[in-house]
Write a protein that binds this ligand. Structure first.
Ligand code: HEC
Ligand code: HEC
Length: 369
């Protein structure tokens, strides 16, 4: 009897201690994930944002990625950062057409800088879609001879020597040697937070604003299947075109030119003849900020792009059937119609995105402290 009671007492103490440990553990665990998890805004007019299971976004991860994005430490001569080409004032693109033929693809052409926002919804990246995750993308500019011309061993060494980064990496990834995968993950976390959803176009969708008459008519000209037919290719939401639907030839070349293209676009990835001259169908969001236009920056301003779709279409074997009236050079908008289309396109500019302090250069904030 006595023995049984002692056993019972022991059992009670034992379970008490275990419960206590569990409570403390769950508290610290919850607390951790509560403090750390980055809270993405809910955006009514967009589909649910896809998340990466392999790279959950945390507040300290985003902060670290933001520093790395703005830090020339990633380039060989320490003179170029991601932000040299991807500038917030231009929706994270830049007007210089100073770009870039990925060395590994042996191109001789140049490519214009893609803007960076709402990236999580895309399933392929770059003008030819040669990369399928944001994390993997980070490896490209760092290695590219025309971009940062650096190598990861060098960068890893530099960052492992920096006390500033050592502390920040420890907060995000624990006490491990800093490697390129962690660097890419942190930058990708910051990139995932670059969300643009506050243009006039969004406000109209959410019934918080109204288009002017001209903007509305421009929108309708673009929607109209027999006129612009623009939205049968371009999305008005996030850029969530999947697979081969994400690429098209919009009639920029004659058949003869197509055969001699210095940059063959999607064909570089798929090796299919039918993909020569096909390029990623880009988002029209923030289009007023991201000149020059097209993969090779051939058009300096929106007026030129609209003139191209109106009167400058060239026919080739790979041209997309959704380009109306291609054999006659385009749909021939009137001058007034062109103006209305341009006015509509400018409603896609999100000025709160390019002034959002959460995305600006964090080193400037450090200096001002
Ligand atoms: C010298 C200019 C330059 C630098 C520096 C640069 N980029 Fe880019 N970026 C480009 C160009 C040009 C493209 C389009 C290239 C292509 O399609 O082949 C691009 C494309 C991208 C894309 C694909 C976007 C999309 O929608 O497909 C991402 C993401 C990106 N860059 C992130 C970065 C990051 C992160 C860094 C720093 C590690 C960086 N870039 C450094 C010029 C640059
Ligand atoms: C067949 C699909 C298709 C249709 C229809 C289409 N586009 Fe495009 N658009 C594209 C592709 C593909 C590109 C990129 C072409 C390139 O890089 O050479 C592009 C590029 C653009 C760009 C430049 C984007 C940038 O970031 O450089 C603008 C602006 C544009 N289109 C507006 C329009 C307008 C306005 C219409 C309707 C009059 C239209 N598009 C119809 C497929 C299409």
């Amino acid at each position: 009897m006595l023995l049984l009671q002692i056993r019972k007492q022991r059992w009670v103490t034992f379970s008490f201690i275990i419960t206590l440990i569990l409570i403390i553990y769950s508290f610290s665990y919850n607390n951790d994930s509560f403090v750390e998890k980055y809270d993405f805004p809910i955006i009514k007019q967009f589909p649910k944002m896809p998340h990466s299971k392999k790279n959950p976004v945390t507040i300290s991860g985003v902060e670290l990625g933001r520093f790395l994005f703005y830090d020339p430490i990633l380039s060989i001569d320490s003179n170029m950062s991601c932000s040299s080409c991807h500038r917030q004032s231009h929706a994270f693109s830049y007007e210089l057409n100073y770009v870039i033929t990925p060395k590994e693809l042996h191109l001789n052409g140049r490519r214009s800088i893609l803007p960076l926002f709402n990236l999580a919804w895309s399933s392929t990246y770059f003008w030819d879609g040669r990369v399928t995750t944001i994390e993997e993308q980070v490896f490209h500019p760092v290695r590219n001879k025309n971009e940062m011309n650096s190598n990861w061993l060098l960068i890893e060494k530099r960052i492992n020597r920096s006390d500033f980064y050592k502390n920040k990496f420890k907060n995000v990834f624990g006490n491990k040697r800093i490697d390129s995968v962690m660097i890419a993950k942190a930058i990708a976390q910051f990139e995932r937070t670059l969300l643009s959803y506050n243009s006039k176009f969004d406000k109209v969708q959410n019934n918080e604003a109204k288009f002017t008459k001209d903007e509305q008519e421009g929108y309708e000209l673009m929607l109209n299947k027999n006129k612009g037919n623009c939205f049968s290719c371009h999305t008005t939401g996030v850029n969530d075109l999947k697979g081969e639907k994400a690429f098209a030839n919009d009639g920029g070349n004659t058949e003869k030119e197509l055969k001699l293209l210095p940059d063959r676009g999607r064909e570089l990835v798929t090796k299919k003849m039918t993909d020569i001259g096909k390029f990623r169908i880009p988002t029209l969001r923030n289009i007023g900020l991201t000149a020059p236009y097209m993969h090779n920056g051939i058009h300096d301003n929106l007026e030129h792009v609209i003139n191209f779709y109106s009167d400058g279409i060239q026919v080739n074997n790979n041209i997309d059937g959704r380009i109306n009236n291609a054999h006659a050079g385009g749909v021939h908008f009137t001058t007034i119609e062109k103006r209305k289309i341009a006015l509509f396109l400018l409603t896609l500019t999100d000025s709160s995105f390019i002034t959002n302090k959460a995305f600006s250069n964090p080193f400037e904030n450090e200096k001002n402290k």
